[in-house]
Each structure stands twice: as structure tokens, then as C-alpha cells.
Design a protein around this ligand. Structure first.
Ligand code: DAH
Length: 340
């Protein structure tokens, strides 16, 4: 008798169902007049008097457990069917809306835009699908120029070439073709390169380009503008340095480094113990570029710069792998709200 009671107890404990029919079978099996529990009560007569107290108690517990189970499952099944019928129980707590968060690349892009907006730069955009002229030729990448190899991309059509733009510098051309100086603009956007995806490189990434064309724009203007940007973006004590570089559409060209904002210039793994991190490319607009767009380069000069948003975001938030930006894993994405 004892072993039957404990066997039924554990069966009842484990039992669950969402079907009303199965629940009814369960009830009949254990609780109906000819069910297993009444049968035990029947046998109870034969229990020796000294065990009656204990076994009687256990039998009553068993019966209660079975009845509770039936009541509980019946409630659950009824709640489920009334929900399906649209009869929502208005007394239940609400499902809270899960608020999303801004993508770290958007946070940094908007910060960059805000900083330049404060000194009069306006935002403009260009197409992601470009022709050869705007992406390469008008920027002085001649057809066999080696710099084209560094910006291999995805071609949509060839001869004439239509391709995914490799940089936002193409928007400079569109701006100078359609608007006349003074131009003080930035161009945020998505760019593409035919590169193997790794922790440091991706075939899709984002840039912000800047262009300033007016009378008498000099390298001093370029330096002061980017110095201001570095201070606003990375903090007051940030220093900048310019290293000579080469881009076909600027002359002279430079790359700008800022003092490592992780170690303050002392040297750490982020800056590879140099104290400096590279942030952007820049230079004075090569006179042939505005000429290609119908702007008189004797009258106007300008500077331009371009930076990678992923790179700045990775440095700022110490993100080790560029692929995380594109995986849409909310556990990653939700860490950056309110970070800037
Ligand atoms: N377009 C260059 C690149 O993607 C970045 C760049 C460098 C843009 C110098 C500029 C510039 O406007 O002046 O590598």
C-alpha cells in the first residue's frame, strides 16, 4: 500500500497537459468512483490498526494532491482557450515593451555630426551605388592607378563601371558638381570594399567625409578644424599630430593621429605602445578635383578629410572585433546607450 501511494504521488506530481481530454482521462484514472485512489480507500479496510493513522494520512494527502492538480490544470487550460478567443484577462500584469537602444555606430556618427554642426558644417549624402567617375576618376584615380587596387570593390556593371562606392569621397564630387562655394559640408555614409572579413576589416563599413571650399582656405584652417574636432570628440587634453601621406585627390596629404585616449599617451595595447592612434586622412583639395567639377581653382581652395566610424567607435568603446557591429546581438547592442 505504501509503495502504491508513493508511486501514484510521483506520477501525479509529474503529470501535466494542455489538453482538456487528457486532463479528464487523468481525473478518471485517479479520482473517479472506480479510479485508483478510491480503490486504495477500499483496501484501507485491511490495513492493520497500528498503521491506520499513518496510512490514512498519506491517502488523504494523495487524494488532495490529485484534486489540486486537476483544478490547477483546468484553470490553465481555460485561461489558454479564453486568450485564444481574445478574452484577455484585464487584471493580469502588462507585457512591458522592450525598448531598443541606438547602435554604437549611430551614436558615434551623430556625435561627429553634432561636433561639426557647431562650426557650421551641414550634412549631405550621396548614393551608395556609384559610377567610376564619382568614385575614382574625378578624384584623380586614373584607370591604372595603383591606389585603385587598395580600394577593390563590388562591381554591379562593367564598361562603363557601376560599383558600390569604396569611400565617401565620391560625395565631394557630387557636391562640387551641383553646388557652388562656399561649401562647408560633411558626408556620413556606408562604404564597401572587396575585403576578406576579419576582426579588423569588413566588406561593409562607414565613413564621415568633410569638405571645406572657399576663398583662401589654407592648411592652417584644416589643422584648426581637426584640432577642434579631436578636442570635442576625445577630450580637452587630446593632442594631434599630422604625418605626411598620399591620397590622389589631396595635395599635400596627411594622416592625423590623436594622443591615445585610453592611456593618455603613455603607451598601452590599444595604441600599440606608441601613445598615438590614427584617426583620419586629410589634405588640401588637389586643384584638379574642383576643376573636374567646374569650379575655378584659381579662385577657390579647400581642404578635405575622411574618417572611419567603425575605427573610432572601436577605439572609443574598446571593441575588439568589427564583426560585432553587424551581428545584431542585443546583448552587445544594449551596452552603449547613454555612453556618449
Ligand atoms: N577616402 C579616403 C579613404 O577611404 C579617406 C580620405 C583621405 C578622405 C583623405 C579625404 C581625405 O577626404 O582628404 O581611404
Amino acid at each position: 500500500m505504501r509503495s502504491l501511494i508513493s508511486q501514484y504521488l510521483s506520477e501525479i506530481d509529474r503529470f501535466t497537459t494542455q489538453s482538456a481530454d487528457e486532463l479528464e482521462q487523468f481525473r478518471i484514472r485517479y479520482l473517479s468512483k472506480k479510479g485508483l485512489i478510491p480503490a486504495l480507500f477500499e483496501d484501507f479496510k485491511n490495513v492493520p490498526p497500528e498503521q491506520r493513522r499513518e496510512i490514512g494520512q498519506a491517502l488523504n494527502d494523495l487524494k488532495n494532491k490529485a484534486q489540486e492538480k486537476v483544478t490547477l490544470l483546468r484553470e490553465q487550460i481555460e485561461a489558454g482557450t479564453s486568450e485564444q478567443k481574445g478574452e484577455t484577462d484585464l487584471t493580469l500584469p502588462v507585457d512591458y515593451l522592450q525598448l531598443g537602444s541606438r547602435h554604437p555606430l549611430s551614436i558615434v556618427r551623430e556625435e561627429i555630426i553634432r561636433i561639426f554642426a557647431r562650426i557650421g558644417f551641414v550634412v549631405a549624402e550621396g548614393p551608395e551605388i556609384e559610377d567610376d567617375w564619382h568614385n575614382f576618376t574625378a578624384l584623380n584615380f586614373q584607370p591604372d592607378h595603383p591606389a585603385r587596387d587598395m580600394q577593390d570593390t563590388f562591381f554591379i556593371e562593367s564598361n562603363p563601371d557601376i560599383l558600390l562606392r569604396t569611400h565617401t569621397s565620391s560625395v565631394q564630387i557630387r557636391a562640387m558638381e551641383t553646388r557652388k562655394p562656399p561649401l562647408r559640408e560633411i558626408y556620413p555614409g556606408r562604404v564597401f570594399r572587396n575585403e576578406a572579413i576579419s576582426a579588423r576589416a569588413h566588406c561593409i563599413f562607414h565613413q564621415v567625409e568633410g569638405l571645406y571650399v572657399d576663398h583662401d582656405v589654407s592648411f592652417a584652417d584644416l589643422k584648426q578644424t581637426l584640432y577642434y574636432f579631436a578636442h570635442e570628440m576625445f577630450g580637452e587634453g587630446t593632442e594631434v599630430r599630422f604625418r605626411p601621406s598620399y591620397f590622389p585627390f589631396t595635395e599635400p596629404s596627411a594622416e592625423m593621429d590623436v594622443t591615445c585616449f585610453v592611456c593618455g599617451g603613455k603607451g598601452c595595447p590599444i595604441c600599440k605602445y606608441s601613445g598615438w592612434v590614427e584617426i583620419l586622412g586629410c589634405g588640401m583639395v588637389d586643384p584638379s578635383v574642383p576643376e573636374n567639377c567646374g569650379i575655378n581653382s584659381n579662385e577657390y581652395t579647400g581642404f578635405a578629410f575622411g574618417m572611419g566610424i567603425e575605427r573610432i567607435t572601436m577605439l572609443k568603446f574598446r571593441i575588439q572585433d568589427i564583426r560585432l557591429f553587424f551581428e545584431n546581438d542585443v546583448r552587445f547592442l544594449k551596452q552603449f546607450t547613454g555612453a556618449v
